[in-house]
Design a protein around this ligand. Sequence first.
Ligand code: ARG
Ligand code: ZN
Length: 845
Amino acid sequence: TTIFLKDYSPFGFTAESVHLRFDLNPNATRVTSRIAFSPNPDATDRRFFLHGENLKLISARIDGKDVTPDVTGAGLTCPVPDAPFIWEAVVEIDPANNTALEGLYMSNGMYCTQCEAEGFRKITYYPDRPDVLSVFTVDIHGPHPVLLSNGNPVKADRHSATWHDPWPKPAYLFALVAGDLIAHSDSFTTCSGNKVALNLWVRPGDEDKCAFGMEALRKSMAWDEEVYGREYDLDVFNIVAVDDFNMGAMENKGLNIFNSSAVLASPETATDTNFERIEAIIAHEYFHNWTGNRITCRDWFQLCLKEGLTVFRDSQFTSDMRSAPVKRITDVIDLRARQFPEDQGPLAHPVRPESFQEINNFYTATVYEKGAEVIGMLKRLVGDAAYAEALDLYFARHDGQACTIEDWLAVFEEVTGRDLTQFKRWYSQAGTPRLSVAEDWADGTYTLTFTQTTPPSAATPEPKPLVIPIDVGLLGGNGDEVRPTETLEMTGATQSFRFDGLAAKPVPSILRGFSAPVVLEREMTSAGRAFLLAHDTDPFNRWESGRALARATLMDMIRDGAAPGADYLDGMLSVLRDDTLDPAYRALMLAQPGQSELAAALAEDGTTPDPHTIWQASEGLKQALAQHAQDVLPRILADCRVDGAYRPDPDQTGKRALGGAALSLLTRLDGGVQASAQYATADNMTLQLSALSCLLSAQKGEEQVLSFYQQWKADRLVIDKWFGLQVMQAAPNKAVAVADALTRHPDFNWKNPNRFRATFGALGMNHAGFHASDGSGYALLADWLIRLDPVNPQTTARMCSAFQTWRRYDPARQTLIGAQLDRILAAPDLSRDTTEMISRIREVT
Ligand code: ARG
Ligand code: ZN
């Protein structure tokens, strides 16, 4: 069944208070609920329906009298009084056999929950919808040293604990944790002087991996006070690390639950990239306390209301903590790698979808990352001051409410007097707009004419023009900036912008800072790109010019077997040599566009991409660059050596990133001598893993793969890396065999989402390997998706997106993929999650 945004109606009752009692038992946990309901004056439909799935109903009472509700697989109904009443129910659930990791489940002997989006209905009967807010009190009984729930602790004794959360919340923010856990503790004093106890709870053995996450939390709390004026609102803030978790982390009120990969880190076991990601996710979940929890969503169609805004806020945080240009560039790389393919394929949907079958399938790069881009555009259009004022109004007006995108936009309209009707199309239209540009120069006037088109999609058959903020600066022939950045506001399908009073024809720098999530189509010579690579005063666009040059060079290599031109090679060499540039930025410059991104660009240009040819060109360009830069590489590597204790700060991180890029080029010249040396002496995971990665991508490192395993076999998070790296760095003709062999490794615990993703996510990322022409990559992935689906539908459905780009490729590959999609669809009892994903990808409805 499909659910539609237009069908929204409020629930017939309000929940005044909720009391839950848990008697924990692995196979028979009893959940006793006592809920005070009242008729909702804003509702017309008074049917009393409570969601409930996989629950054994033991008893139900209304106002103390036993009742016998009508129970189905989805929930129950029951006649109720036309006045306030007390609902009481006892249900039994089986957390130990909950392999879907949704609702209450067990991970390594500990109990934990994941309720967003609709997992609470697997815990007890309840109106499991985000617009039903209530105040929760929770009693937990169980033989566990640590018993946690939301809000503030009320009392705790040997085998029980009571928690009370004073802030009304929807059920998706409920959480419970019980187990043998150890706290890494600290505190934070808020701006109004409340001392908040902070705890990061982990399993024994992980205590030494908590310090960084705790610091990130404290920084996040301070930042949200300073930048958004948002203070924390409970006496405690708990974070728990869990090994079996379907996603990154979850913002449950006062009790965030994290995938251990998104919070645990030590220098020996985590890379710089892991540290950065952890800092961002801690911030993200913390920021949800206001954008998500205090102000939540009316219905799941509004998911971007909290997610787009919270991603935007965590990006601002990272930009403030670290390098803003580096953060912007990595965000755009990520957007192009994950959101663009989604927006340009069969899974395309608007930032605010209008229908779904399974909401878990809409926690997407479009809702999250494009949702954040939309907010960035809004801020650019209204300016920083109006943005701040609008946010203050949003918090003041909607605190405690479940809101919509209309509520969100209304505060901006009120503060600025703008009509955002057209801007709102960013929320309702799918597809990535193409922006083409033509220039004209006459009598001291320079004119840029832009044309926007959004390709039609199933979700948006007739796209209309969007409001596009285009940041433009003008450079002179000598590279000086003759006009600083200004934001052009494009609203028409085609629109011209004039710059008067110029002495000479300028060189434009367009879409600075990636001011809108569009594909800029601009005819330019390599020399023109090389000029901007050398001179652009906007750091993002300077990087972008290098990227465009690399892309164009690779496309020529792929299409006509051309040799890489001097514009790219010399341009990169000057960047590499330029010690005034941040090493992290230089490392990003040296990175090439991904092979999947090249496949998309070729397809867009009317050339059917051949993954093997793309791989060869990529390898060829790396080899050419290595040779071209051979004289400077040893010096760069030496300059990037870090003395002193490891710190995952921007300075050291940047050096290790540039050193890693240099090492990967050097490895193509020296047969792995330097990489082996680095591997042997590395005292942190960043250096160890980058050395191993260089060796593997040069078809070496057999010995190191074995020793790495021996060294780290007791550390699950490190062994995830070991699984992933071998598949990712395998040569195209070996990747499938490597992945297949790893599935027979005793440590391939396929029910653990991290391990499954490490292996098969990596296979999908090995572009030429996954697309092996015999279809073996498709078949292997399909085998495992079919196997995982009955166990964990949510993770299975997510991994289906590896197939989303299948229409780009040649007819033979399409036939092979189509056959696997059909095979998955034909699997008996396929979950709703996977059925929806595969049907959308296959375009069967
Ligand atoms: N709200 C969480 C976050 O963004 C993610 C929850 C994902 N839920 C899901 N069903 N996929 O921080
Ligand atoms: Zn979020």
